[in-house]
Design a protein around this ligand. Structure first.
Ligand SMILES: [Zn+2]
Length: 236
């Protein structure tokens, strides 16, 4: 079955080594399974069915990757890479995001949905995860202690959204020198700069291999999708 997008909520606190129950909502289908973040990633990778050699190779690489204890963010960076690959496999930009709550439980997961199932210019990975969280949790107004991981440095649109959301800490797995905005935060308008002050925007403490993977996975179809965007501009 080809699943083009998904969101999920973990019902119990996330532990890297302990079992928990989660519910996936995939196009209205709810499935349950037990496992940790590794199991979740393995399951997502298992759903990737492709003849694209790049996708197959990255799937294999991610399945074999072992977390380095000296890099505390390795499991979180890894799952964003897994989500990014799933995004590419669904015909979207290879970017994945995951959001953790106050108790370190996963509260939202997302990947890019700009091109498939239908064109939505706003549905970058970060937007998908935050949309889901806010729609599901209108009663939560304080995100102190919440952490967000995304495979690629957020673009200007997503940076403003992340500031508006007031998520406490935001970590990105790879820098994006041509599209990212975190490293250009000093250029934000004064109001947004002021609002962002209590938040932490920082590179994830993960292995260089996971950072490189985030870039390489994004590049699998980036040029092809960029061409679609360019054509839309020409037709305007
Ligand atoms: Zn974005």
């Amino acid at each position: 079955m080809c699943i083009e997008f998904f969101i999920c909520v973990f019902q119990r606190p996330f532990r890297t080594n302990g079992p928990f129950i989660t519910e996936f909502k995939e196009k209205g289908i709810i499935m349950r399974f037990k496992g940790d973040i590794r199991d979740m990633g393995a399951r997502l990778l298992g759903e990737i069915d492709s003849e694209n050699e790049n996708i197959i190779n990255w799937k294999d690489w991610l399945q074999k990757y072992r977390f380095f204890p000296e890099y505390p963010d390795d499991p979180y960076a890894w799952i964003t890479d897994v989500l990014a690959l799933k995004s590419v496999n669904s015909g979207n930009y290879g970017v994945g995001s995951v959001m953790f709550g106050f108790g370190n439980e996963i509260v939202a997961v997302g990947h890019n949905l700009v091109f498939s199932p239908s064109f939505r210019s706003d549905l970058h990975s970060e937007m998908v995860a935050i949309n889901y969280f806010e729609e599901e949790n209108p009663q939560i107004t304080n995100l102190k202690g919440y952490t967000f991981y995304t495979s690629l440095e957020p673009c200007p649109m997503c940076l403003i959204r992340l500031i508006s959301s007031d998520i406490n800490k935001i970590h990105y797995v790879a820098s994006d020198p041509i599209g990212g905005m975190v490293n250009g935060m000093s250029f934000l308008p004064p109001l947004w700069k002021e609002l962002s002050e209590p938040q932490l925007f920082k590179a994830a403490q993960c292995s260089i291999e996971l950072s490189k993977a985030a870039i390489e996975i994004m590049l699998i179809n980036a040029e092809e999708l960029l061409e679609i965007l360019r054509k839309r501009r020409c037709n305007a």
